[in-house]
Design a protein. Structure first.
Length: 159
């Protein structure tokens, strides 16, 4: 799939989210309504199963690791990659994001910004925490999607 196609898919997805003010329930209700009217499948609302026994060493033909499939990137800025696991409620027991910068990883609670695990360079952690504060509502909406096994929306990076 080309970058242009991927960008278009994200644009449509983001436009739809904005149209419903990032209200997941309203968005799902609208998709179900459209699906019923058209008799076409708009969304698979069944929980996706993520095999918890998968190793992150395995690589698919498209060179995407199992971890990346189970943890889509929701934003990237200043070298920081922000991701959210599907159905990730067991280890930290609260909404959170995973951030990577070079060879360092951190887990940060949302919306509060507490560092739950790992570390980042102090300047990068401050940037990440500022972004979390700005986007806490969108992050919580994405958390709801991800815990149901639905792909979360991309969130604007810091500019």
């Amino acid at each position: 799939m080309s970058d242009e196609v991927i960008r278009e898919v994200w644009r449509v997805k983001d436009d739809l989210a904005k149209e419903f003010n990032y209200d997941v329930n309203a968005l799902v209700a609208e998709l179900l309504r459209r699906q019923k009217e058209s008799n076409e499948k708009y969304a698979d609302l069944l929980r996706r199963k993520v095999d918890e026994e998968q190793t992150t060493e395995t690589t698919t033909i498209s060179r995407i690791t199992d971890e990346e499939v189970a943890m889509p990137t929701i934003s990237m800025f200043y070298g920081i990659i922000v991701s959210m696991y599907y159905t990730d409620t067991r280890q930290h027991h609260q909404p959170h994001i995973h951030a990577r910068y070079q060879d360092q990883k951190a887990v940060v609670a949302i919306p509060g910004g507490e560092l739950l695990a790992g570390s980042l360079p102090p300047a990068k952690l401050r940037i990440l925490l500022g972004w979390v504060e700005i986007h806490k509502d969108e992050l919580l909406a994405d958390w709801e999607l991800a815990t149901e096994g639905v792909e979360p929306f991309r969130i604007d990076p810091l500019k």
